[in-house]
Design a protein around this ligand. Structure first.
Ligand code: NIG
Length: 396
């Protein structure tokens, strides 16, 4: 097996629970995995040596929430929102119309282009959702296309009730034929549990059907107002509840309770429901920021994700999410990086494989064009992405 040593790293942020930072570091890659990490002076020999030029290193981002399977443009809706209009879930229908009219070839190219942009920004593990098809054929097509490009696919047929359908009739379809057709391509089922989308009873039905089908679960919850989404996610043992802008005390307590059997230091035990905060979406919809600080303080494991989509968050920049979480949500730089790497991996159930720079994990490593990881927040909006390694290979 060939080996590569990345050396002359100014600092390597491991993204472990102790927030370990190794100064003057080196990382040995063997095959697809990290075989050694430590001070450069102690590094083993390798077939190939790469000089990191005093760049900082950290794990590749794990983006656990995106909606990349779409066509069309909604910049006018964004402009209207900046002029004072509220975000309404109805905009989803605009994207659905444009996406349905796009060929397999063009849609695949669009998803590939967005994935390449994310990779260039340091994202080495990526989830995306269906949810702009909203009928059986289109949801199955979007799931199939997504599965050929990204790491994990979430079925979000329950994104919006199409205008020409009765809500219960559509929910039955999502839980029946649609679920059956997407099943070969997806790992998770999701529901937009919100006023204007799916109510509590319909959300329960979707989650129960997803669980019966053997899928992991997640919920779009408490994005636009208070509601049952977060409590439902915990009740169903969902891997994550995403958005979480409008939480009450019971929501936070329910989330914290789900982590009662988890040892945060050793990162062992039974994982609970990750609260996925989406700071770029909060900015773009002018919503109150998700209470990331309070959630961490309450003992909840959080993730940061891009929520890249044409309606509420048209960016795949995880670095932007990290800097916003530090500057606006009062996370420390270390907490924000952990949430955008290990936290995302927890939300996707792949924390044993990706999300931190630890021996035996996949060698997903990004080098920053900066001497310390603090620059991610210190220089907001700057493109600091240097070389990106994915599964041991230089990928961008
Ligand atoms: O996560 N909340 C629902 N779904 C997307 C927005 C979809 C859209 O407006 O196109 C989100 O923000």
């Amino acid at each position: 097996m060939s080996s590569t040593l990345i050396t002359n790293i100014s600092e390597a942020f491991i993204s472990d629970a102790a927030h370990t930072l190794v100064e003057n570091a080196a990382i040995l890659i063997e095959g697809q995995d990290i075989a050694w990490i430590g001070e450069a002076g102690q590094a083993p020999e390798a077939d190939t040596v790469i000089n990191a030029g005093q760049r900082a290193a950290l794990p590749g981002w794990v983006d656990s929430h995106s909606h990349l399977v779409f066509a069309g443009d909604r910049s006018r809706e964004f402009v209207a929102r900046m002029a004072g209009q509220d975000y309404a879930a109805g905009g989803i229908a605009v994207t659905t119309k444009a996406t349905r009219a796009t060929t397999d070839y063009d849609l695949t190219r669009l998803v590939m282009g967005r994935t390449a942009e994310a990779l260039a920004g340091g994202t080495t593990y990526l989830e995306t959702k269906t949810g702009y098809g909203l009928n059986v054929e289109e949801e199955a097509r979007h799931a199939r296309i997504a599965s050929t490009v990204v790491d994990q696919v979430t079925f979000l047929g329950a994104h919006l009730v199409p205008a020409d359908m009765d809500a219960q009739e559509y929910t039955d379809l999502v839980c029946g034929e649609m679920l059956e057709r997407v099943l070969p391509f997806v790992q998770f089922a999701d529901v937009f549990c919100e006023r204007g989308a799916f109510n509590e009873a319909q959300s329960r039905q979707v989650l129960a059907a997803g669980k019966d089908a053997g899928l992991g679960l997640r919920v779009h919850g408490n994005q636009l107002g208070p509601g049952p989404g977060t409590k439902l996610a915990v009740e169903f043992g969902a891997a994550s509840v995403d958005h979480v802008n409008f939480l009450d005390e019971q929501d936070v307590a329910a989330l914290a309770g789900s982590w009662a059997d988890w040892d945060a230091q050793s990162r062992a035990g039974t994982a609970g429901t990750v609260a996925t905060c989406l700071p770029a979406c909060d900015l773009s919809t002018r919503m109150p920021f998700a209470p990331g600080r309070e959630l961490i303080d309450a003992g909840v494991q959080i993730a940061l994700a891009s929520n890249c989509n044409p309606g509420t968050s048209y960016t795949s920049s995880m670095a932007f999410c990290v800097s916003t979480a530090v500057l606006q949500m009062h996370l420390s730089i270390e907490e924000a990086i952990v949430a955008a790497t290990y936290g995302g991996a927890l939300a996707l159930g792949v924390q044993d494989r990706v999300g931190s720079l630890e021996v035996g994990k996949r060698a997903d490593i990004q080098l920053l064009n900066a001497p310390s990881v603090a620059h991610l927040a210190y220089r907001p909006g700057m493109n600091l992405s240097g070389p990106v390694f994915r599964a041991g290979e230089l990928a961008s």
